[in-house]
Ligand binder design. Structure first.
Ligand code: GRF
Length: 216
């Protein structure tokens, strides 16, 4: 089986990155993680990726004059490692339309809320403040507008009366670690097709092997 070459972009601790790396270690996973790139050289996730045997690179945004210059360097790094798909995993830089257009249909993001609710930052605090009873996470294709692209998968969790942003965030994060590898699998298997503003999943069933127990 020829595996899709995937690059992961991070800025921080990299727990979603690790969920992708761990999923991709399975022989039947359709993707291989070829590199992890951080815009912050000090990002903890870089060391975690290196420990897992993945090539890492820092492209420090502070070294570039402006966003287009940084994005051009990032794009060159991604093309140099022959990435076919890019996964944003806690990557905290806005990307230029030229960059997102160049990776249209080939760049994924994970967002810690049920989009289109709670785009942007501090989603768990805002969900608690709004009093929503369900919160969750979303994987989507990246487009020029932040947190807006076609949705691939979502997982919902209950919001409990005693929740703090931390307890709610932990419940959401556990689901992020489930749906991001499952979404990457769907995309790499060619089963997630963009149709306008939506994603259509071919032959999708909840019994999909990506979503059932690890022993399946
Ligand atoms: C996650 O909550 C992700 O949804 C958001 O940023 C956070 C990154 O966490 N985009 P981690 O670095 O993957 O642990």
């Amino acid at each position: 089986m020829s595996k899709t070459r995937v690059a992961i972009l991070i800025s921080g601790r990299g727990s979603n990155m690790m969920s992708l790396i761990e999923a991709a270690a399975a022989p039947d996973f359709p993707a291989e993680i070829v590199t992890v790139i951080s815009n912050r050289p000090e990002a903890h996730g870089l060391a975690r990726a290196a420990s897992a045997g993945i090539a890492t690179l820092a492209v420090d945004h502070k070294a570039y004059a402006d966003r287009p210059a940084f994005d051009a360097a990032l794009d060159a790094a991604l093309r140099a490692c022959e990435a076919q798909i890019v996964c944003l995993a806690g990557f905290m830089r806005l990307l230029t339309p030229a960059f997102t257009q160049g990776w249209h249909g080939r760049m994924l993001n994970i967002h810690p809320a049920l989009l289109p609710s709670f785009k942007g930052l501090h989603t768990h605090e805002r969900a608690l403040a709004e009093g929503v009873k369900l919160h969750g996470c979303t994987t989507h294709f990246v487009t020029a507008e932040m947190d807006v692209g076609p949705i691939i998968m979502q997982a919902a969790v209950p919001v409990l009366d005693a929740d703090t942003p931390d307890t709610l965030g932990a419940r959401v994060l556990a689901q992020e670690h489930v749906i991001y590898p499952a979404s990457l699998r769907l995309v790499c298997e060619g089963r997630a097709r963009i149709e306008g503003t939506r994603v259509v999943i071919d032959e999708f069933a909840l019994g999909d092997r990506a979503l059932v127990s690890p022993s399946a």
